[in-house]
Design a protein around this ligand. Structure first.
Ligand code: CP
Length: 312
């Protein structure tokens, strides 16, 4: 595998999940694979889980790790071709990506959506800029549109906790005071499209995700109805997609509660705002899979890095 930019880069989700589960049982088995190889983790946005789990995965594979908070420590990058760079940007992606490639064998990038310019966000200028100009493989650590490392960890978690052949999985929108990107929800939807599951998305009217991503996924605007007989409830806020990046609804009735959870398992990518997105009683219950999801981030990253290293 050359790059891991999207769920669509997974050739067989069941096989990847099984490989991740095997890695989890013996994380240091391929410790020599990454010897004398360096991964550069470039962060244009904050992170806890992605930063530490990707670093841990690389260490488990014997790699050296360079981390740079590019957003606060790097030069402001220019992405457009032919620009007269007499304004705020100091370095062009053409040079930056090639320079980073001199120091790293793999480069992983986190660059969130601006939520101000849909066209620019969907063009994935940062991720695609590095993909275009770097001479080494690129890994997506959450871009404007996708978070495929999270979704792969979620697939592992679902598999480990599924007790019936075709579980009901519900992606439920929740309120949040800030405008959040669509990447986690998008990748979760794309991952669920590869699963044998009864999958339902529930959100207030006007909060439809990009229809090019949801395709013919079942959408139920009545949360109570959507949650009936659910085995897994994945809660996530996202801002409006059609009224791009706006927060038009903060209705606390959409918050996940213990009563709504019923007997289902609870999932969330974290970080989460307690008693806004989901109440304490859910997060602190033994039905919550959030720490397992965070743990599985390491094995998701490790299966991705292993596949890239095997082809270097
Ligand atoms: N879920 C996730 O990506 O967490 P971080 O933003 O902390 O990396």
């Amino acid at each position: 595998m050359q790059n891991y930019l999207s769920i669509s880069d997974i050739d067989s989700l069941p096989e990847w999940v099984e490989e991740a589960k095997a890695i989890k049982k013996d994380p240091l088995k391929s410790k020599s694979l990454g010897k004398d190889k360096t991964i550069g983790l470039l962060f244009f946005n904050n992170s806890l889980r992605t930063r530490l789990s990707t670093q841990k995965a690389a260490i488990n594979l014997g790699m050296e790790v360079i981390v740079m908070n590019f957003g606060s420590e790097g030069w402001a990058l220019e992405y457009a071709d032919g620009t007269i760079m007499d304004q705020g940007t100091s370095e062009h992606i053409k040079e930056a990506a090639q320079v980073v490639s001199q120091y790293c064998d793999i480069v992983a990038i986190r660059a969130f959506a601006t939520l101000a310019d849909k066209e620019k966000d969907e063009a994935e200028v940062v991720l695609n800029g590095f993909k275009k100009y770097a001479s080494v493989p690129i890994v997506n650590m959450e871009s404007s549109v996708e978070h495929p490392l999270q979704a792969l960890a979620d697939a592992i978690t679902l598999t480990e906790n599924t007790i019936k052949t075709k579980p009901k999985v519900v992606l439920s929108w929740a309120p949040h005071p800030k405008a959040l990107p669509h990447a986690v929800a998008n990748s979760f939807v794309q991952m669920m499209q590869l699963q044998d599951a009864d999958f339902v998305i529930t959100h207030p009217q006007g909060y439809e995700l990009d229809p090019k991503i949801t395709k013919n996924a079942q959408i139920e605007y009545n949360q109570e109805k959507a949650l009936e007989n659910a085995n897994f409830i994945y809660v996530k806020n996202w801002s409006c997609y059609s009224d791009y990046g706006k927060v038009n609804n903060q209705d606390s009735n959409w918050m996940m509660t213990k009563e709504k959870l019923g007997n289902a398992k609870f999932m969330h990518c974290l970080p989460v705002r307690r008693n806004v997105v989901v109440e304490d009683a859910v997060l602190d219950s033994n039905q919550s899979l959030i720490i397992e999801q965070a743990n599985n981030r390491t094995y998701a990253a490790q299966v991705v890095l292993k596949k890239i290293l095997e082809e270097l």
